[in-house]
Design a protein around this ligand. Structure first.
Ligand code: C2G
Length: 128
């Protein structure tokens, strides 16, 4: 079984997120999502989320491409996660290109093109 992992806040969930998850799943058979906790968002990513961790986890677990959701609590856990979960491929959107190349000794590292024209900040701005 080929295992894939990706990380993010996924709030407010939109089709750009779902397209990333779909393409990530297509790279294997089992997709784990490292979901940023509320504390990690607030204290280290300086990102506010509308939905809290439990709500974002509930939504992600309803997506057909997602097989498992684990907490992302810090920037340092990825190498340990990749080994702990026997990950074959690490995937992120290409806004992160190069940032996770340190994982290459442990697994394939793939940066996928972001979906243009959609972002949480755009949604918030358009709703004003
Ligand atoms: N994404 C995308 N297209 C968009 C918006 C987002 O492909 N229009 C991708 C991002 O590139 C990322 C994933 O969807 O791979 C999740 O996006 P965010 O929740 O914004 O993730 P981010 O806050 O960048 O957190 O340790 C990694 C971080 O937790 C990533």
């Amino acid at each position: 079984m080929k295992k894939v992992i990706t990380y993010g806040t996924f709030d407010l969930l939109h089709y750009g997120h779902v397209r990333l998850l779909k393409r990530a799943k297509e790279l294997g058979d089992y997709l784990i999502v490292g979901l940023s906790t509320d504390e990690f968002n607030e204290l280290q990513k300086h990102k506010e989320s509308y939905n809290n961790y439990a709500e974002r986890k509930y939504i992600l677990e309803a997506i057909r491409y997602v097989d498992e959701v684990i907490p992302e609590e810090n920037w340092e856990q990825k190498a340990a996660d990749v080994q702990k979960y026997h990950i074959d491929t690490f995937v992120m959107g290409n806004d992160w290109t190069g940032k996770f190349d340190f994982l290459k000794p442990y697994c394939k590292v793939v940066y996928l093109p972001r979906t243009p024209g959609i972002s949480t900040s755009k949604i918030k701005a358009d709703l004003k």
